[in-house]
Design a protein around this ligand. Structure first.
Ligand code: 5RP
Length: 224
């Protein structure tokens, strides 16, 4: 019998908690991502809430779920270091470069991840790709820069559309870009980062994950 996508997500959430347990201590703060896989990770993590001090969340959604479990949620400004950040992805390749932001939390995800020593990416096997770019690339932009950024994106070969009815936790719109031929995600991430008005682009290639925990029909695997 084949495992459902939900079952694979549950398996990686459990495996991620097993992976991070040796990294926890009474003073440790855990970085927590956003999305349906991250939600399952939060639920598993809560079973071990006596083994760490607090969490930093990458979204209001995850902060609420953590708090509902009785886990102390700290602001990123209160934290100097974290042993680990755990999050899902929309796409990930064998170099552990990702596209993230399907849930719109990319900016906070990138910030929280940057403070952590390790990024543990938890995905089911549908997220594993040879080349990034089939998933529309999310870019958070300042409101007055929607059109100017979109024009710059078109010069780079992409087609940008504003995500309808969506505003990030930071109060900004998102544009989703399709049509990029992504040969070098690091270079494209750097280029997009330099467009005035871009808050954050959904490539996580300049700072990829440290390890991927992937749920497959043959069981949970790790790649680092
Ligand atoms: C949110 C993200 C998520 O990690 C990504 O969208 C994957 O979500 P899910 O675990 O629900 O498939 O980047 O901004």
């Amino acid at each position: 019998m084949a495992y459902s996508q939900q079952a694979l997500k549950e398996q990686v959430a459990k495996a991620a908690v097993e992976y991070i347990l040796p990294l926890l201590s009474p003073t440790a703060v855990v970085g927590v991502g956003t999305g349906s896989t991250a939600d399952l990770f939060i639920d598993e993590l809560a079973k071990h809430k006596q083994q760490f001090k607090a969490a930093v969340a990458s979204s209001e959604r995850s902060a609420k779920r953590l708090a509902d479990h009785g886990i102390l949620v700290l602001d990123l400004n209160e934290v100097e270091s974290m042993p680990v950040y755990v999050d899902g992805a929309d796409e990930i390749n064998a170099q552990l470069q990702m596209i993230k932001g399907g849930g719109g939390a990319l900016t906070r995800e990138k910030m929280v991840a940057s403070v952590a020593e390790r990024f543990v990416c938890i995905v089911d096997e549908s997220k594993l790709v040879e080349r990034l770019g089939a998933f529309k690339l999310p870019i958070e932009v300042l409101p007055m820069a929607i059109n100017s950024v979109s024009r710059q994106i078109e010069k780079l070969g992409g087609v940008a559309r504003q995500r309808v009815g969506f505003i990030t936790d930071n109060g900004n719109p998102i544009i989703d870009v399709e049509g990029f031929s992504v040969e070098d995600a690091r270079e494209l991430e750097s280029t997009i980062n330099q467009i005035p008005g871009v808050v954050c682009c959904g490539f996580f290639a300049l700072s990829p994950a440290t390890i991927m925990i992937i749920g497959t029909q043959e069981g949970v695997k790790q790649l680092s």
